[in-house]
Design a protein around this ligand. Sequence first.
Ligand code: SF4
Length: 408
Amino acid sequence: MSRQSVTTWTTTREEAGQINQRGGIPTISLNAHGMDDTVKQILEKVLQGCRITTSEGEVLFNQCDLPTLGAVAQHLKARRFGDNIFYNRNLHINQTNICVLSCRFCAFRRGRKSSDAYSLSIEEYISRIIPFEHYISEVHTVGGLHPDWGLDYYEELFKAVKHRFPNLFIKALSAVEIKHLSQLTGLSIETVLSKLNEAGLDTLPGGGAEILVDEVRDKICKGKESSQEYLDIHKEAHLQGIPTNCTMLFGTVESVSQRLTHLDKLRKLQDETKGFQCFVPYPFLPDSSRLLEAQLATSNEILRMIAISRIMLDNIPHIKAYRMNLGDNIASLALLHGADDIDGTVSHEEIMHLAGSNAPLEDRDTNLITLIESIGGVAVERNTDYTQFNNQRTNRPSRRKGLPVAHS
Ligand code: SF4
């Protein structure tokens, strides 16, 4: 099977791939039969384009049936992006697994003396990219909080990457890594970010948000940045014109109400800065050695979380199905419950795979395009900051599928 690149198009960063729906898309009507009045009123508010509160979000999460919740979220997604589903061609490189912290959910970190501890030199890092250099548009780098690596390592690294691969986007360093560099060097967050940006850092990934409620953070990742520090670091990046993503790790010890609080904090910051491009919710992947009290998330709950994220985060354009964590089957369903973006070809990845993910790692995007087409989507390859797009399609006959919409 082959693939074809069909159309190339661009938007501004603010539009982020939003398309004009000529004539709009059909409105959906709710099947009110048997539906709780409160749930119906909240859904009607959502469909009228009004923002809902965290309490209303909690009612929807807990009481709305999944097909209706998914159909409403999918309708909101279609209003912005039609059938388009975005992906990019990226390579994950985890620069070191040595970490001074020991978050309870983390299967990746190692102590410095561990037999499988590693730290990549700049040459080793570059050599990881070379096999993919003509194929990827982004390198995604997060890792442990190395006790000895200050700003110099990262400045040299980013400069070397940009020198060797000038067109490659660098998405790197989660908020806690920025905080760690600030602590090691004694420089402010503002200075750390601006020096890294000058050296070539293009965007920050959203990792490390976990749940933005300190009571939960104290139980699962004590010592990491506080909720407010996470938000402040992203805010500072936005103020410097560095776009970022944001995430949520759910299914550990948090309540539904705390998940809604998390979404509300992100929504409020986005009202202020408009710097978040994409929200990535993903569930904790359990094993027998970490966080035994984790409540875990069922498939139903994962899809509810995707849908409620689309509904609550009315100001963050993209909701991502993170297939490295969800696996292809749930990721496909997520694309029918409000997600519009899927990460990615991901030629190499360690953090989720050490935590138990079996998601395939691929160098080419044909299977990803096939996955998108199998649920009735139009595959659109994007760049990191959602300004350049390339419609793709396989030569398979179109098989449109999708969720049935709840009609009265
Ligand atoms: S989640 Fe990050 S900060 Fe926490 S232990 Fe793992 S690598 Fe270190």
